[in-house]
Design a protein around this ligand. Structure first.
Ligand code: ADP
Length: 488
């Protein structure tokens, strides 16, 4: 099959979270199954910087040209390189004004957020590139609200074009809570027929809702774990689109994300001081000592070191941790926190780290190589997410012999089997269900108690480290979804 991936993020070039990880690794697994994949993403400043740092020079693909759509006109130039470490083509859409910003999702310098313009132009550029370079995809795979307009455009007339005549669309929901919502006055910028201003298309309670448009118009919809696929049909997790998702349930599939098992392999990870594998954990003990040193914490080999690597936003549930963090430290835990986001959380973690310098460190930044060292050097990884479509960190942690302590929601419930005292052969972590700090406290404390039993702990580690979270199985499920979209 010929597959176009259109995405706002591709790891390791420009990523803020799981969307980037998926779009940087699923194409490799599809390629291994024999499919032809081309990835499109914007040429952000972060991408340019990544290429410069890694001595990669994307080649210009054709001349700069004016792209006009509805009442927008802008200049575009395409560049081509390949997904790092592969021969998979990666096409970058360059426009200085739209994509040359301090962060991937930064607004304009004057503070106004032109997200609708940025990603509408990007979607039209993807279509333009396929037509310009005569690439006729079987599958147009759009990801999250940024590229949700692609299934809508495909539905609204592109099938009249030679290149897209046989193309079918797949839309993946990575996080339903970011929907790309805009006022009804913005509809005119999308260049859509008025038929699409309807509750069975892009309108949602008198607003433009790109995510809804993608869900309604795509031939198939996927989301990133089976449990999240169920949860998003409920008012609690449906973010206002649960009714829509119940209506189109027949075309929604939950496919658990895989992880890039080459990048995330403790036996070969070059970002670690010492490597290790299941059954041979000496390198993990060294990683713990090095991490404590790097964090300026007192090295306590037998005290549990708890890691956090996360965006610091309400979704991730640190409002449950902060009120009990001192008590967990009093009970013997040490913490290393790597994250950035909401100043409320950043300040709270900075304050606790300042108050307890021997037991808590907070790095309030984004640092991929430090993230590797935290997964390797910690004993537990805490993920108290309020909701979690899939979650990758718990899978990285499991692979690095770090026991996840999680709130049992979304993909966390699909990947973590909490130890309950009776299920040692299956268990690989600890979990809780409620949304209170005391429940987080109890689950973490329970993990700390069990940490004192090295035999039991090693069994939990061994189980987690041996699990197969590679993309291979998931890629086959995507392949099946593509076939359903194509009616093959
Ligand atoms: P989400 O996409 O909601 O942020 P995921 O668990 O799906 O959550 O993916 C998070 C990804 O981002 C992981 O690869 C994780 O290691 C990475 N990550 C998050 N915050 C940071 C950070 N501050 N520094 C380095 N990596 C981070």
């Amino acid at each position: 099959m010929r597959i176009v991936f259109a995405t706002a993020e591709v790891s390791p070039i420009a990523k803020t979270g799981g969307l980037g990880d998926v779009c940087g690794s699923l194409p490799k697994a599809l390629r291994e199954l024999g499919h032809e994949v081309v990835i499109f993403m914007p040429m952000y400043r972060q991408a340019r910087e990544w290429f410069a740092k890694n001595n990669v020079e994307p080649e210009p693909l054709g001349e700069r040209f004016m792209l006009s759509w509805a009442d927008w006109t802008t200049d575009i130039r395409f560049f081509r390189t390949s997904l790092p470490g592969t021969d998979i083509p990666l096409v970058l859409t360059e426009n200085q004004f739209l994509f040359e910003r301090p962060h991937i999702y930064s607004p304009r310098p004057d503070g106004s957020d032109d997200y609708l313009e940025r990603y509408t132009i990007f979607c039209r550029a993807v279509i333009n590139a396929c037509e310009r370079f005569q690439f006729a995809p079987d599958i147009l795979h759009a990801h999250d609200w940024h590229t949700a307009l692609l299934p809508v455009y495909l539905h609204s007339g592109l099938r009249g074009s030679e290149v897209f005549r046989n193309t079918r669309s797949v839309f993946t929901i990575h996080n339903l809570n970011y929907q790309g919502v805009a006022g009804s006055d913005q509809l005119r910028h999308l260049g859509l027929h008025s038929r699409y201003w309807a509750p069975d298309a892009i309108e949602h309670f008198r607003d433009v809702n790109l995510m809804k448009g993608g869900i309604m118009m795509a031939d198939q919809v996927t989301t990133v774990s089976p449990n999240y696929a169920h949860e998003i049909r409920t008012p609690e997790h449906g973010a206002g689109l649960d009714g829509v998702l119940r209506e189109v349930w027949w075309k929604v599939t939950g496919i658990l994300n895989g992880i890039d098992t080459e990048e995330w392999n403790p036996a070969t990870d070059s970002l670690l001081e010492a490597n290790f594998e299941a059954g041979h954990l000496h390198g993990k003990a060294i990683s713990k000592r090095m991490l404590a040193k790097e964090a300026g914490l007192e090295h306590r080999p037998t005290a549990p070191l708890i890691g956090v690597v996360s965006r610091l936003v309400d979704q991730k549930g640190f409002q449950l941790l902060i009120p009990v963090m001192h008590r967990l430290i009093d009970a013997g835990a040490q913490f290393v926190v790597l994250g950035s986001g909401d100043p409320r959380f950043e300040e709270a973690f900075a304050q606790i780290a300042a108050q307890r310098p021997d037991a808590a460190k907070a790095w309030l930044t984004f640092d991929n190589s430090l993230a590797h060292r935290i997964y390797a050097g910690s004993d537990m990884l805490l993920m108290p997410s309020i909701y979690e479509p899939c979650g990758l960190n718990q899978m990285y942690a499991l692979r690095y012999g770090t026991i996840p302590v999680v709130r049992m929601t979304g993909g966390l419930a699909d990947t973590v089997t909490p130890f309950d005292g009776t299920n040692l052969p299956q268990a690989n972590g600890f979990g809780f269900f409620g949304q209170s700090p005391s429940e987080l406290y109890t689950a973490t404390w329970l993990s700390m108690l069990n940490y004192k039993d090295p035999g039991l702990w090693n069994t939990l580690q061994f189980t987690g480290m041996r699990e197969d979270f590679s993309w291979h199985r998931s890629a086959r499920e995507y392949e099946a979804v593509y076939r359903r979209a194509l009616g093959w």
